[in-house]
Design a protein around this ligand. Structure first.
Ligand code: TPP
Ligand code: SF4
Ligand code: MG
Length: 283
């Protein structure tokens, strides 16, 4: 396995064969190839198998409450805009428990990269349905099969105004790295939904299934037409992979719009606190 400056030598608590191992390696290689300084990266995550990932990467990280990776990432990015901030976790964590934060983070447009390991299941809690589980998927809880249509995070993000929306599959190494690189280069919120199999609790959506049921969108794809991209994001089986939407017009990020940065650009964490002002606010 390729060595990177982002390697850590700790024990990894994932099942052998889990797709997360691939994504972990690909993320480390991507950051390494971009020559990012490990001390300049912060990964924010919540709870789940996917959300353990920052513990295995040589960067700063914040591993907090279930579904709360996005507001933490937003705050980190606002406090120190020079950091590369990644919010990372699973389909349950980001679209279920964190669904409210997903919606409003897209609207706020903070300068963060949002990586979602989409295995269409709650892996950590042993196989219940997640918001992206497919209709008919049987679990120990949904014994007759899931009765709802799955959430479409890409279409949702596009309609909420996200400037960068992509999907990839961990089995496609080159595409995954390329898409993450483009997400990092994008100014503002960037969503990357990543098909990433859970080999223990999803025996339907396997490596072979994801490969068979997806295709890479060709180089001739025009990702700048919002309505066309929305229609593309709603295609399923086969699912299109690649950067499906990229707003050709740069939108102001949350940092640029925020009142705290209108009159001075000193990062918030470097500004002096006035005890008197704080006391007055509290009173
Ligand atoms: C508020 C709250 N609700 C539920 C749980 C239990 N729980 C922990 S992880 C998880 C689901 C994780 O699924 P996902 O985010 O898809 O991650 P995966 O394990 O599949 O990578 C749940 C329901 C919890 N810890 N906290
Ligand atoms: S339960 Fe699934 S998601 Fe969790 S480590 Fe095992 S294979 Fe990976
Ligand atoms: Mg999951």
């Amino acid at each position: 396995m390729k060595q990177t400056r982002f390697d850590l030598n700790n024990d990894i608590a994932w099942c052998p064969g889990c797709g997360n191992f691939l994504l972990l390696q690909l993320l480390k290689e991507t950051l390494d190839e971009l020559d990012v300084d490990p001390t300049n990266v912060v990964i924010s995550s919540g709870i789940g198998q996917a959300a353990k990932m920052p513990q295995y990467v040589n960067t700063s990280f914040f591993n907090g409450l279930h579904g709360r990776a996005l507001p933490v990432a937003t705050a980190i990015s606002l406090t120190n805009p020079e950091l590369l901030v990644i919010a990372e976790g699973g389909d349950g964590d980001m679209y279920g428990e964190g669904g409210n934060h997903f919606i409003h983070t897209v609207r706020r447009n903070p300068n963060i990269v949002h990586l979602v390991h989409n295995n269409m299941v709650y892996g950590l809690t042993k196989g219940q349905a997640s918001p992206t589980s497919q209709r008919g998927f049987k679990t120990p809880l949904q014994t007759e099969g899931v009765i709802l249509e799955p959430l479409n995070p890409l279409a949702l993000a596009i309609t909420l105004g996200a400037g960068f929306v992509a999907r990839t599959f961990v089995g496609n190494r080159e595409l995954t790295k390329e898409v993450i690189k483009q997400a990092i280069a994008h100014k503002g919120y960037a969503l990357v939904d990543i098909f990433d199999p859970c080999v223990s609790f999803n025996k339907v959506n396997t490596f072979a299934w994801y490969k068979e049921h997806s295709y890479v969108q060709g180089d001739d794809w025009d990702a700048s037409d919002k309505l066309q991209s929305l229609a593309k994001s709603m295609e399923s089986d086969p699912y299109p992979l690649g950067v499906l939407y990229k707003n050709p017009e740069e939108q102001p990020s949350l940092t640029e719009m925020h009142p705290a940065y209108q009159e001075e650009d000193t990062p918030l964490f470097k500004r002096k606190r006035s005890v008197q002002e704080l006391t007055a606010l509290m009173e």
